[in-house]
Write a protein that binds this ligand. Sequence first.
Ligand code: BDP
Length: 713
Amino acid sequence: MLVLLLLSWGAALPAMAEDGYDLWLRYRPLPAPVLKQYRDLGGQVVAPAQTGPQRATRDELVRGLAGLLGREPGQAARVQRNGAIVVGTPASVPQLSALQGDLEGLGEEGYLIRSTRLDGRAATVVAANSDIGALYGTFHLLRLLQAGEPLAGLDLREAPKVKVRVLNHWDNLDRYVERGYAGESIWDWHKLPDWLDPRYTDYARANASIGINGTVLNNVNTSAQALTPMYLEKAAALASVFRPYGIKVSLSPRFSAPIEIGGLPTADPLDPAVRRWWKDKADEIYRTIPDFGGFLVKANSEGQPGPQDYGRSHADGANMLAEALAPHGGIVMWRAFVYSHEEPDDRAKQAYTEFAPHDGAFADNVLVQVKNGAIDFQPREPFHPLFGAMPKTPLMMEFQITKEYLGFATHLVYLGPMYEEVLRADTHARGPGSTVAKIVDGSLEGHALTGMAGVANIGVDRNWSGSHFDQANWYVFGRMAWDPHASAETIARDWARMTFSTDPAVVEPVVAMMMGSHQAVVDYMTPMGLHHLMGRGHHYGPGPWVEGGPRADWTSVYYHRADARGIGFDRSATGSNAVAQYAPPVAEQFGSIDTVPEEFLLWFHHVPWDHRMPSGRSLWDELVVRYGRGVDYVRGMRRTWAGLEGKVDPERHHQVSVFLGVQEKEAQWWRDASIAYFQTFSQRPLPAGEAPPPHDVEYYKSLQFPFAPGDGK
Ligand code: BDP
């Protein structure tokens, strides 16, 4: 049965505080000139509401239209005559059955949006093969309206290019968020399963609006408790909130759980009792959460238990879990972020060394989840050499959305350009054009199971992400997981329009700020391929002097290798030869100091201080200039933002202004501390016009931040 919804428009909405809670789904009344073109729209809304996803769709549509088009009640009669919006599937809305043929090829999650005539009236149609497709299409339509796009002649088709689009929450059961800068975990485990915070629904709406279809609730550094019946009940309650939005819940299991909560003497993946235990556990999980997504596993990495504790391989471990989940349709997301305690080799090489030989050995429902670079979410890394090196295994991309190494919540850094740079990198695995995006979307090797994961930046802060601009990173992650070939700039523009204003005088400067912000943070923190130079443990602020401690590859000196001669990590054939892990054309390019892209120079080479750079400057001078350029960019952002006063609501304008001030201070601190420290090796003067750091290196070293947020526990 169809529910026909006739909207009567309420009076103008009361002015709402712009505290960021509404994310990009603000639905504030459109400005009059934009509104004019929609005067016929939405007089009639046909949107069935029989199922959970249908109700979610209809509610969103009603909310969005009422907010955006908010009209005086007296106009209702005129509005009702024109401009139907019809949303659904051929099964749920009989009028849409004529579109059956057009829906072919759009799969379970795709949709089309078309402006057409139905029953002799002008109508905007959102049609899909499934309720979830219709929900995604509805969000897309609302996005077009938010941006003030014309609907006439609209005819677009969309389907996700990646199957598993998932957030990874590094949230502990005590609500501490590892590397979280937005307050504690939004999962109020103690009050679950009874209290379902309305925030959970808003979380699901936000994710569905950008196509995210899965969430891993708990930290990869996990506790076996998460798999106990008590916590499964709580996870099931969250799953029930997310289900109407097409979002599946997954969990991070602890590999040693059979010992810790199962009472077994071992967690050996080849032990029949252990295998039995996991099968029973999977059965129990699916009894509690019938559409459970699967397991995300960090094993034999940074002290976590794993199959190697029993002399078994990653494939042995992953396949045991895969076998338990397979009958239920679940998947294993097995992380390749490993570097061994014993291994004295270059840390950048270890994941490849451990995983590449097992290509082809993983079960069909296993994805190997690979970070974008071989070290660890550094401000800039070359693409991970595993991309292209395991053709028989679906490789899932893992990006970090939370800005552990990029200034936490206060620095304005839009990650879109970074994601884009990695996804567009050419692995040459099957000749030129073998981009990382084509590996992730499965097209290069013909994998149907594909995925992208983002380490969430979400917490209980009113604005969810710790800052207004960090919302853009959640947003762009979702959009790029949907389409890894998408443009970071287009997405930034969509986001800015929905988040701040449709006024180009706001949108264009905001987009410009965002687009240069990643290069800026690279410049003021780790220019030209430097990496891993942050404060120890908490990773806050500069720490290029960090040395000693339990392992060399947790220090900065291990990575920058500065000495009287020069600076940088020699990963060429004369050094660790990590370049050999790339396909020959890439290895050749990265392996020579003459051809390596400037941005990766010190990642792959130890370079003399006086080496001549393309700019004509010496390496040392170039470094100093880059640090300063990064700081200058932040100053520029402050000026741009100040110019938007009055065009952006005061509440958000103020916080962004203050945060940009923090960013400038901290960018300056990174520049000064780094220059003061590296100068002790280079022994060279600063280039003309460059201000000397106000303190000596001992001062910067003495700064301590014992309570910086987000540290691992
Ligand atoms: C590093 C974080 C650490 C995580 C680890 C991981 O510092 O807290 O546990 O990555 O990805 O970036 O497992």
